[in-house]
Design a protein around this ligand. Sequence first.
Ligand code: UDP
Ligand code: MG
Length: 330
Amino acid sequence: MSREKTPVLYMVIPCYNEEEVLPITSRLFLGKLQQLIADGRIAENSRILFVDDGSKDSTWELITAFSQEDPHFAGIRQSRNRGHQNAVLAGLMEAKDRCDITISIDCDGQDDINAMDEMVEAYLGGCEIVYGVRNNRDTDSFFKRTTAQGFYKFMNRMGVESVYNHADYRLVSSLVLQSFAEFKEVNLFLRGMFPLVGFKSTSVYYKREERLAGKSHYPLKKMIGLAVDGITSLSVKPIRLITGLGFLASLLSLIGIIWSVVSYFLGKTIAGWASLACIVCFVGGLQMLFLGIIGEYIGKIYLETKGRPRYIISERTRSLPPVKKNDPET
Ligand code: UDP
Ligand code: MG
């Protein structure tokens, strides 16, 4: 299948305190957009949509200045910092009724923009989702590389279907986004959610570079947070494991009870303080851990039932066209 209409592309780019890097990368994004337009791959009214995630520096002023210079630049501003995932979601939801395809990408120049040609090509060839997958991690530090790889492996073990080495650089068509909008959860883990939506998908491979300027907002603590959120939002496997272990523990204690009762009647019971203390500590520790895991899920349920908005947009640049529903696909 190939498409008849030249698609309108929106690049969705989350930015949080990125005044150092935006002046550099905005030129690169614009260059790419213009090249794709000149090649006839995407429509002239395509946009670069920056999502300012409540930055405290001059990021929003930069975005508005860009949009006045060149109407291909547009921006929305979140009312406060809500984190990367919510920023991307805000951008995608704003874009979905204004375009045919979105490409979400970080604003720091780490993801190779040249992979976009292949992504658009794959879309034109009939795919609805194209995952950007990095094919090496040479530019990451040893520590980042090992923790990140451990992260994907652990996620998959825990029952979260996610594409290995894919972060949030991906092409998603507005057709997919219309269905995705029905996923109402407030605990977001986008890279694990898109595979659940389905539709025809593929991957393109690229080399991940170092940040062009500024510094990372994802230290180890936030990475662990993202992993825990991802797992508890998308999988109940940890609770199943607890149930399994609980079952095993009950079985062992049953054997223990029979053993102690038999020993009692045989008159072989002796003072066994050390062994008893060990068992109490061990079981107590396990129970605390398991309660914690279950508590994590209860916390998630609490947040979900409140159903608060997942993003709040406080401002939009004038270069963002009004919403018009796409013509139904012919
Ligand atoms: N980001 C965001 N909100 C946040 C933190 C980060 O929108 O609260 C954006 C950030 O501007 C960047 C992207 O998310 O475009 C990825 O962040 P970063 O480069 O710091 O993470 P790393 O690439 O080191 O994992
Ligand atoms: Mg980065």
